[in-house]
Design a protein around this ligand. Structure first.
Ligand code: SAM
Length: 306
């Protein structure tokens, strides 16, 4: 039920028809899944704690028509959702980012609406419910500016007002706002999924140096940054090293382990399977840097696969 990127095809082969962005504790997701057992639902959430709580709830309730992705809505839309496949997107109580200098962090901006239009089916819709009147107006202005959506503002359906945040704001007597953004046209700009590469690796010869220290290194590549944070010695009989790399690419943050270990064919340098990483341009850049760094330590490349 939890999507592991390294083991998933892009887009998801059984296309979800419904997406919920920022599901929090997942109670609304579970409710929708129970009401519509025939829908394939994808829930997306950036908070790891919320993902864990929602997964527990979905398992406890025996719900099988929800897949959960831990990451950003932008990444999920681009990579997991097939073009023109979504019937409905729920956004309940998105973070309002009330200060004007933080507004660029808001989810419902014109660029998001443009990209969303490529993944919605004809007539597909996004349903926004919020307690934040200013964000509600902002989202409508952004949706309208895209020229791709028709907008209506009926009162919020009662069952949207049962989420954790809805109950919290209800207790404070706040007012609620709702908007339905219905797709009427599509952005023509192509937005293909992120390119993926075969797992990059190299075989090297020579003696692995005894590392006394390792200095944090930042590697920039087209589309992002890889930060090699630290190195650790493998204590097993074969020895070797692990390198912790933090990768930031568009809509994707990954922490991966690179490894240098003796193999039957020489020293293997590549990405470890730990955490089922997604083999992106960032992974390639990190492996490339490590191989170059080891060359600087006197090792030679026997074979390179990237
Ligand atoms: C105010 S909470 C609302 C949670 C839930 N929908 C509710 O009504 O109780 C906003 C949620 O959106 C999540 N979130 C914020 N930005 C996101 C993004 N770009 N992609 C996915 N989730 C996001 C946050 O982690 C948080 O759980």
């Amino acid at each position: 039920m939890l999507i592991r990127l390294g083991e998933t095809e892009f887009p998801l082969p059984a296309a979800p028809q419904v997406l919920e962005v920022g599901f929090g504790d997942g109670r609304f997701t579970a409710q929708v899944a129970r009401l519509h057992p025939q829908w394939r639902i994808l829930g997306v959430e950036i908070s790891a704690g919320s993902v864990a709580r929602a997964l527990k709830r979905l398992r406890r309730e025996g719900i099988t028509n929800v897949q959960v992705y831990h990451g950003t809505a932008g990444f999920a839309l681009r990579n997991l959702i097939a073009p023109q496949s979504l019937q409905r997107v729920y956004v309940n109580f998105p973070d309002p980012w009330p200060k004007s200098k933080h507004q660029e962090n808001r989810l419902l901006q014109q660029s998001f609406f443009r990209r969303l239009s490529t993944r919605l089916a004809a007539g597909g819709e996004l349903l926004l419910t919020t307690d934040h009147e200013e964000y509600w107006r902002f989202a409508q202005a952004e949706g309208r500016a895209s020229g791709l959506f028709e907008i209506e503002t009926p009162p919020p359906p009662e069952h949207h007002l049962t989420t954790k945040y809805a109950l919290k704001w209800k207790a404070q007597g706040r007012q609620f706002y709702h908007a339905v953004f219905r797709k009427v046209a599509e952005d023509p700009t192509p937005w293909p999924p992120l390119p993926r590469y075969p797992m990059p690796h190299a075989l090297m010869s020579g003696t692995l140096p005894e590392l006394e220290s390792f200095e944090k290194t930042v590697v920039r590549f087209e589309g992002g940054t890889a930060v090699l944070l630290e190195a650790a010695r493998a204590l097993g009989p074969e020895g070797g090293y692990y390198f912790h790399a933090h990768l930031e690419e568009e809509d994707l943050i990954q922490d991966v382990l690179l490894e240098v270990r003796p193999s039957a064919h020489g020293l293997y340098v590549g990405i470890g399977r730990f955490g089922a990483p997604l083999s992106t341009a960032g992974v390639k850049a990190a492996v490339e840097w490590l191989v170059g760094w080891l060359e600087g330590q006197g090792l030679r490349v026997v074979q390179r696969s990237y």
